[in-house]
Design a protein around this ligand. Structure first.
Ligand code: ATP
Ligand code: MG
Length: 446
């Protein structure tokens, strides 16, 4: 078993127990260790009160959340959250306990934790304290609430999202009562801050096992993403599509790497299809203008989730472009590269591939291969796609007498010529063109 507690954590546990307190690793790190995975962060729970912890590690603590019992102990390379055993008071708002009470009982501390697999403690010698069968659930891949599920979701509705997230990341099955209860409790998600939903949802969709969760719980997700509800079971009535719209979306998400930008792009790429749906006289479904509509709806969704602007813009650009035909010619690819830049073009290729992989046939893969080939050819010729690569810059144009906005305009014009292959990216030639357009202005650089 890979579960050896790292040296610096062991030192913290030893110091606390050397001072007469109980000290245990707890929660996610124990779960991950038992799974043979590397824990992302280490949480320690102790019978020592926050001020006692501060006294045991003088000059090495940060009062992270003393009110809730948490002190961060700096240890070598990292901070370790050390939290006093506590019991949560009543939850009145469905988000936070009214007050927390410290307790001397590890068992009580474990009882307030969300799921059995997250409610185990491990001592420095490897002893496991497991009061709710967390180990058994872990080995069977089951996610189950500690205690009565309805009450636990009522106390804190974020646990609904956490359940779906852990299931999507760990590939666990949500135990029947926990599953029924989270579904029943789903409207409580409305009380949860968008930022927290967004953080959990992002981890969920980047989870290796997200597909079955998206398939099984669209009604829960629809509480904060109502736009997906009509996608479920929506028959596209189009020969390219053998799946309903939600299933297509899930498969397209599965077909991109587990990175937030790509997963959100695939989630949103067809969200505008329901509203743009038309059926022609042959009974075939069409979705004219759906990328633009998906962009608009995606924009509203991203803002609602409080996604940062940069990520939102990147995703929306990819959504807008996902269905755009890029001519399979040097000029066509060079123009797309110019508009998107190489990084976004690379992402777009992944998006297009995934979209097609989730369709009835994979006929478009060859076309996408061709785009990549052309891109490689252009790159091999060191072709220029951006102002940064252009052989002349603003200063050159100023020396030719260009001023203000006309500088940018002229640079764009020159870049057009080069990107389209009408001119080489040759400094002397480009300067000649610019000089001639300026009507033979003075101030040549040579
Ligand atoms: P990871 O860090 O891998 O995302 P984790 O299980 O460590 O997963 P954290 O958010 O770091 O999750 O929380 C640490 C522990 O605190 C959890 O394992 C759980 O025992 C407890 N916990 C966290 N959030 C809640 C909650 N909303 N309700 C009850 N217990 C919680
Ligand atoms: Mg953690």
């Amino acid at each position: 078993m890979k579960n050896v507690i790292p040296q610096d954590i062991a030192e913290v546990l030893d110091k606390l127990s050397g001072s007469g307190y109980e000290a245990w690793c707890v929660g996610g790190c124990v779960r991950d260790m038992l799974l043979g995975a590397d824990p992302q962060d280490w949480d320690v729970t102790t019978s020592a009160l926050p001020e006692q912890v501060e006294r045991i590690f003088p000059g090495r603590t940060i009062p992270t959340g003393v009110k809730h019992g948490t002190v961060t102990v700096l240890s070598g390379v990292r901070g370790i959250e050390v939290t006093t055993f506590r019991r949560d008071g009543a939850y009145l708002d469905g988000r936070h306990p009214e007050q927390v009470t410290f307790t001397a009982s590890l068992r009580e501390d474990l009882a307030r934790r969300d799921f059995t697999v997250n409610a185990m403690a491990m001592g420095v010698d490897g002893t496991i304290v497991d009061c709710w069968g967390g180990r058994e659930d872990l080995s069977r891949g089951i996610l189950r609430c500690v205690g009565e599920a309805d009450r636990r979701f009522e106390e804190d509705a974020l646990r609904i999202m956490r359940a779906l997230r852990f299931a999507a990341v760990l590939g666990f099955t949500i135990e029947q009562e926990t599953s029924d209860s989270l579904r029943r409790s789903r409207q409580r998600l409305r009380a949860i801050a968008a930022e927290r939903i967004y953080a959990e949802f992002t981890k969920l969709i980047c989870g290796k096992h997200m597909a079955p969760i998206l398939r099984e719980y669209p009604d829960v997700l629809a509480v904060f993403l109502p736009e997906i509800a009509p996608m479920v079971g929506f028959d596209q009535r189009n020969p390219h599509h053998c799946y309903d719209l939600w299933e297509h979306t899930i498969r397209a998400m599965e077909a991109v790497p587990p990175e937030a930008v790509l997963r959100y792009t695939m989630l949103l790429h067809d969200v505008g299809k329901v509203k743009s749906f038309t059926v022609d006289e042959k009974g075939v479904g069409h979705f004219y203008g759906h990328p633009q509509l998906s962009r608009e709806m995606g924009d509203a969704i991203a803002r609602r989730l409080k996604m940062d602007n940069e990520r939102r813009e990147l995703i929306l650009t990819l959504v807008e472009w996902h269905d755009r035909v890029i001519p399979r010619t040097e000029k066509g690819v060079a123009r797309a590269l110019r508009k998107l830049g190489e990084e976004r073009f690379r992402l777009l290729i992944q998006v297009k591939r995934a979209d097609n992989l989730a369709q009835a046939s994979q006929v478009f893969q060859k076309e996408i291969d061709r785009l990549e080939e052309i891109w490689a050819n252009l790159a091999a010729q060191s072709r220029c796609f951006s102002l940064r690569q252009l052989a002349v810059n603003g200063r050159d144009l100023m020396e030719l007498g260009y001023r203000g906005e006309e500088i940018g305009r002229e640079l764009e014009r020159l870049l057009d010529l080069v990107v389209d292959g009408a001119k080489a990216n040759d400094r002397r030639e480009l300067l000649d063109i610019a000089r001639r357009r300026k009507g033979g202005a003075k101030g040549s650089t040579f």
